[in-house]
Design a protein around this ligand. Structure first.
Ligand code: FMN
Length: 208
C-alpha cells in the first residue's frame, strides 16, 4: 500500500471519481471525469469508453494525470463543456489542474480493448482497459480526499427511505429502483462498509 495515496483517501478497496488531464501531441490540454482503481504498489487502472478525447490522448502519448478534487464545477465543466485554460497550471509539457488537492502522474503500460458487460451503457461501444504505473504523486492539500461515489448513493437512498412510507406506489417503485441501481453501483465501487449499509437499506425497504 502506498502511504501517500492513503493520505488522500485512496486504497485498493474502492474506486474513485477523479479528473484525468491529458495533453495531445500538439500540446492541447483536455480534462474528463474518469474512475480510478488502485491495485497496490505503483499499479493503477481505468476503463475508458471508445470515442473520448482522453482515450485518444492516452493512446498517443501513453501518459495521463489523475487529479484529486472535490470541486463539482470542475467535474461539471470537464463533462459538459471544455475546462478553460486558467484551470490548468502553466506547464506546457503536461496537463495538471492548478487547484488539484493532489495529482498522480501515470505512465501507461497496457491498453486492452474489450466489449463491455454489465454496464449501464447499452450499446456496442468498446471499452479500453488501461493499466498504468505511477510515476509520481504530488500532494498539495491532503485534506482533499479522492471522491468515492458510494457516499452520495447512500445519502440518496437514506433520503428516499425516510420518505418511503408516505409516498404513492409509483414513487415507491421509483425509490426501490434507485436502491437497486445504487446497490449495483456500490457493489462495484464501494468498500465493505458501504456494501453493509446497502444490505441494511434493502432490508429496511423489504419491511415496508
Ligand atoms: C463522475 C464521472 C465518472 C466518469 N467515469 C468514466 C469512466 O470511468 N470511463 C469513461 O469512459 N467515462 C467516464 N465518464 C464519462 C466521461 O467523463 C465523459 O464521457 C467525458 O465527456 C469524456 O470527455 P473527453 O472526450 O474530453 O475525454 C465519467 C463521467 C463522470 C461525470
Amino acid at each position: 500500500m502506498n502511504e501517500t495515496l492513503e493520505k488522500i483517501g485512496i486504497t485498493t478497496e474502492e474506486r474513485y471519481e477523479c479528473i484525468y488531464t491529458t495533453i495531445s501531441p500538439e500540446g492541447v490540454k483536455n480534462s474528463a471525469a474518469i474512475g480510478l482503481k488502485y491495485f497496490g504498489g505503483n499499479d493503477v487502472g481505468c476503463r475508458i469508453f471508445e470515442g473520448s478525447k482522453t482515450l485518444e490522448n492516452i493512446q498517443k502519448t501513453k501518459k495521463y494525470v489523475v487529479n484529486v478534487t472535490q470541486d463539482p464545477m470542475i467535474f461539471t465543466k470537464s463533462t459538459i463543456d471544455k475546462l478553460p485554460d486558467e484551470y490548468y497550471t502553466d506547464d506546457t509539457d503536461i496537463a495538471v489542474l492548478r487547484d488539484a488537492g493532489s495529482y498522480i502522474v501515470v505512465n501507461v503500460v497496457d491498453i486492452d480493448e474489450q466489449k463491455p458487460e454489465n454496464t449501464p451503457i447499452d450499446n456496442d461501444q468498446s471499452i479500453f482497459m488501461i493499466k498504468g504505473k505511477i510515476e509520481k504523486v504530488v500532494v498539495n492539500d491532503e485534506s482533499i480526499k479522492a471522491f468515492n461515489r458510494a457516499f452520495s448513493g447512500i445519502i440518496e437512498c437514506l433520503v428516499n427511505v425516510s420518505r418511503y412510507k408516505i409516498v404513492d406506489d409509483k414513487k415507491r417503485k421509483y425509490y426501490m429502483d434507485r436502491v437497486i441501481e445504487n446497490d449495483r453501483m456500490i457493489s462495484r465501487i464501494g468498500n465493505g462498509k458501504s456494501k453493509e449499509i446497502m444490505k441494511l437499506l434493502k432490508e429496511e425497504y423489504e419491511k415496508n
